[in-house]
Write a protein that binds this ligand. Structure first.
Ligand code: ZN
Length: 389
């Protein structure tokens, strides 16, 4: 994994929030030059967003920068501007201050991903690992086929009966779908618990909050839209069956301490307190997504140990959803294995990452919807796609 500087930056961010450490003082010359580069980078990302509606996932920087956009700049022109920015990076000596060094490393990696996205939009085709490296600065770990066969063998023993393992699994888990009329009640219970548990670890910015919307006809299961001012909108797709474990998954991953908290801390500690405007924009196809998704997934483990999660689900969520609480242990035992098994076919030699996401989003929606509603959106590398199928 080559994203250590970004991880270090995130850790620094959380440390700043929890310990309220005094802000370090970068040298004015370095801060000024980096601020200018950061502004140019934000404007480039906004300009590429004119070509690719999925690219800018969130923006709450100066509104005039967005308003000043006039039509699409040619992709070649954006590539040239990115190249000029890269030259400016090269002229900057390594800042003495650690946070400024991390800032420079972050901007360098983000710009590299920007350039790769421009090449892809111009028609360049990359294999799965090449694309993940170019856009996310990381390559997924490899597992031998035997690793997954062992998981499937364990699932076989837990789901006996007629039909294929997949059929038996789908039949078995129907009993654990949250009824639509109970979805909000269950989700709000999970959000409340996740927020309380997050506050035990992290001081949150004042007045942070999010609203939950239930939507249809989307290529993902859930999505966090960060709006700035410590506010998010979290959307849950009700076309897809929402299984009971998704209540905590969604609440922790999208809300507390996942995407909502991550973005609110970025805004508080980096954008507002330090004036690092590059964090007011979130280009979806970039290393920032890797960190965002990683922290959101890890968030679930921060707020609940596995025994705590099981107990909370059994005593609170299962009853609220009208699902038999005595089956909670059985449910989590199978789900933990099936989640690992679903990861078995994510890297397909010769398939690009983009086409993988497109197919996956399509399959998830199309399998559950009648054709007139089934649409294929532009691919997005959100949490939501992983969860959708
Ligand atoms: Zn996510």
């Amino acid at each position: 994994m080559k994203c250590a500087p970004l991880v270090a930056l995130l850790l620094s961010l959380v440390t700043v929030c929890t310990a309220n450490a005094a802000a370090l003082s970068p040298t004015p010359a370095t801060a000024t030059s980096l601020n200018k580069i950061a502004e140019a980078y934000v404007k480039l990302v906004l300009a590429l967003g004119q070509h690719d509606p999925d690219y800018v996932d969130a923006y709450y920087g100066p509104p005039e920068w967005k308003q000043q956009l006039q039509g699409k700049k040619p992709l070649d022109s954006l590539a040239l501007e990115a190249n000029r920015l890269r030259d400016q990076f090269a002229k900057i000596s390594n800042p003495a201050d650690e946070m400024e060094r991390l800032r420079l490393a972050y901007l360098t990696r983000q710009l590299s991903a920007f350039e790769a996205r421009v090449r892809i939009l111009k028609g360049e085709r990359l294999k799965f690992d090449e694309e993940s490296q170019a856009l996310y600065d990381a390559v997924a770990p490899r597992f031998l086929e035997t690793h997954f066969q062992e998981i499937l063998a364990k699932l076989e023993s837990k789901l006996p009966g007629e039909g294929t393992l997949l059929q038996r699994y789908e039949n078995w888990r129907r009993a654990f779908v949250i009824p639509k009329d109970k979805l909000d009640t269950v989700f709000q219970l999970a959000i409340k618990a996740c927020r309380e548990r997050t506050l035990a670890h992290i001081k949150l910015p004042p007045n942070e909050n999010f609203t939950v919307e239930y939507v249809t006809n989307k290529p993902w299961g859930g999505y966090n839209w960060y709006k700035g001012n410590y506010r998010s909108v979290i959307q849950v797709n009700t076309d897809l069956p929402v299984y009971i474990d998704r209540a905590i998954d969604l609440a922790a991953h999208e809300g507390y301490p996942g995407h909502h908290v991550y973005n609110a801390l970025l805004e508080k500690n980096l954008v507002r307190d330090r004036g690092w405007v590059e964090f007011s924009i979130y280009p979806l196809f970039s290393p920032q997504s890797l960190i965002a998704e990683g922290t959101a997934n890890f968030g679930r483990e921060v707020v609940f140990t596995k025994p705590e999660r099981l107990e909370f689900a059994r005593t609170v969520l299962f009853p609220a959803a009208g699902i038999d609480p005595s089956r909670a242990e059985e449910f989590y035992a199978v789900q933990s294995r099936s989640a690992a098994a679903r990861n078995s076919n994510r890297r397909n030699a010769g398939m690009s990452l983009s086409s993988y996401w497109r197919r996956r989003g399509f399959r998830a929606i199309y399998a559950r919807m009648t054709p007139p509603h089934a649409t294929v959106s532009q691919q997005k590398t959100s949490c939501s796609h992983r969860k959708a199928a």
